[in-house]
Write a protein that binds this ligand. Structure first.
Ligand code: AMP
Ligand code: MG
Length: 418
């Protein structure tokens, strides 16, 4: 049986970045950038006022409080640049700084000495010193033209869309979403929530759990089916989903040692190359990874709900990252609040909750109910704690590696409490 690192290396070696496509930048939320974005424009595009106030020509040394100026014009956001002469220029936040002016005094720091017929300030006195360049947003101060703003391999968030919009980027090149099919095996499974359970039946929880996790991980779930423990039906379902040209097929169940665990034999009979079956991990040891005859990759995840979601999080998501052209994930290190339980010679993935106390101490609490059939503790979890297979006893206070619930979700950034 292989260890996790070896399994991950085998997975990464089978995956390659998918082709890219051009899409409108406004529709690119959650998509992964295929090529870096260098700014074609300055942001701000012109020097403008950071305050409502009066623009002045200050030069290199401060203007003293008490000085008086005639007001020779006014600009608001949206006006073209004015050509001011000597004097003060009334200016609103975001308005272009008049040519030759370099500083702004806020309206709260002047006294209006005289007003024109329309009531607008005509002469002002400075009630505070004015420093050279103050309250001016310089051209290109936020993003300089030519600067690298977003690296390739970045998953675009709302903030990236704001920067792209600010820089006038209409389209971006992104990686095509990985196309994934999900087959949940088990003759005991009932998919319809309204159906009354017959003796021995259970409801399909892996279906919705993995489907939602896959979407959150950047995949395009193109097919999803429940299949009984029948090799023939499984092959039919597999052929069906492969017809919709998928990159990955995921199955749950039927990969362990039971009499109905037909997946390894069926795959072999279909000409698949099994790259590994069983990994030194808990939960989810019987995990299988194969390449199908047509080239698609296949992950056989064990049926227990937590085993299947661990398989998705720590095997399928790293594969998705390669397909998406993203760098390998790195764990955070956080101190354990409680014991990680009995040592075993397996890499463990533990449902955990990060707490940040009033002193700012961040700790990870290993939750009760680590059995792989227990779904309810996942509702308290906001992170995974990973314990190496050779770790021995991991006591409270020890540093452990933590991962978010999904590769695009930072550990613990949701569900924190004070
Ligand atoms: P298996 O890996 O097929 O032996 O299944 C292991 C355990 O997980 C059994 O108790 C199954 O009933 C359960 N199980 C399998 N598939 C699912 C599913 N889709 N939803 C919930 N439980 C499941
Ligand atoms: Mg089964």
């Amino acid at each position: 049986m292989i260890g996790y690192d070896e399994a991950l290396a085998l997975i990464r070696a089978q995956c390659a970045r998918l082709p890219c496509e051009r899409i409108g930048a406004a529709r690119a939320l959650g998509r992964v950038l295929a090529s870096a974005i260098d700014s074609g424009e300055d942001l701000p595009p012109f020097a403008n006022s950071a305050m409502d106030g009066f623009a002045l020509r200050v030069g290199s040394s401060p203007l003293g409080a008490g000085m008086q100026w005639d007001v020779i014009g006014a600009s608001a956001a949206g006006d073209a640049q004015a050509h001011a002469g000597d004097g003060a220029w009334e200016i609103m936040t975001g308005a272009c700084l008049p040519e030759g002016m370099d500083s702004v005094i806020p309206v709260e720091q002047i006294e209006v000495l005289a007003r024109d017929a329309d009531g607008r300030p005509a002469r002002i006195a400075l009630r505070a010193e004015v420093l050279p360049g103050q309250h001016v947003r310089r051209r290109g101060e936020d993003v300089a033209r030519g600067a690298r703003v977003i690296d390739a391999g970045t998953c675009l968030a709302a903030e990236h869309l704001a920067v792209l919009a600010s820089l006038g980027v209409a389209e971006v090149e992104v990686i095509r979403r990985p196309r994934v099919a999900l087959l949940n095996t088990g003759r005991e499974l009932v998919d319809d929530p309204c159906q009354v359970l017959a003796p021995g039946q259970i409801r399909n929880s892996n279906g919705p759990l993995l489907a939602a996790r896959l979407r959150a991980a950047g995949a395009d779930l193109v097919a999803q089916q429940v299949v009984g423990d029948d090799a023939h039906a499984f092959v039919t379902a597999l052929d069906e989903v492969l017809a919709s040209s998928v990159d990955l097929v995921l199955s749950t169940g039927a990969v362990s040692m039971g009499r109905h665990d037909f997946i390894p034999d069926v795959l072999r009979a279909q000409g698949a190359q099994i790259l590994f079956h069983k990994v030194r991990i808990r939960p989810g040891k019987p995990l299988l990874f194969a390449q199908l005859a047509g080239g698609a990759l296949f992950f056989g995840l064990p049926g227990n709900p937590v085993s299947s979601v661990v398989g998705l999080r720590f095997f399928v998501e790293p594969a998705l990252r390669v397909l998406l052209g993203m760098a390998q994930e790195r764990a955070l290190r956080v101190r354990l609040a409680n014991s990680a339980g009995k040592p075993v010679a397996l890499r463990r993935h533990l449902k955990a909750r990060l707490h940040c106390d009033a002193q700012g101490q961040l700790t990870a609490q290993v939750l009760g109910g680590q059995e792989s059939f227990k779904l309810a503790p996942l509702l308290q979890a906001n992170a995974w704690v990973v314990i190496d297979e050779d770790a021995g006893e991991v006591a409270p206070g020890a540093l452990v590696r933590i991962y978010g619930l999904g590769h695009l979700q930072s550990a613990g950034l949701e569900g924190w409490e004070a």
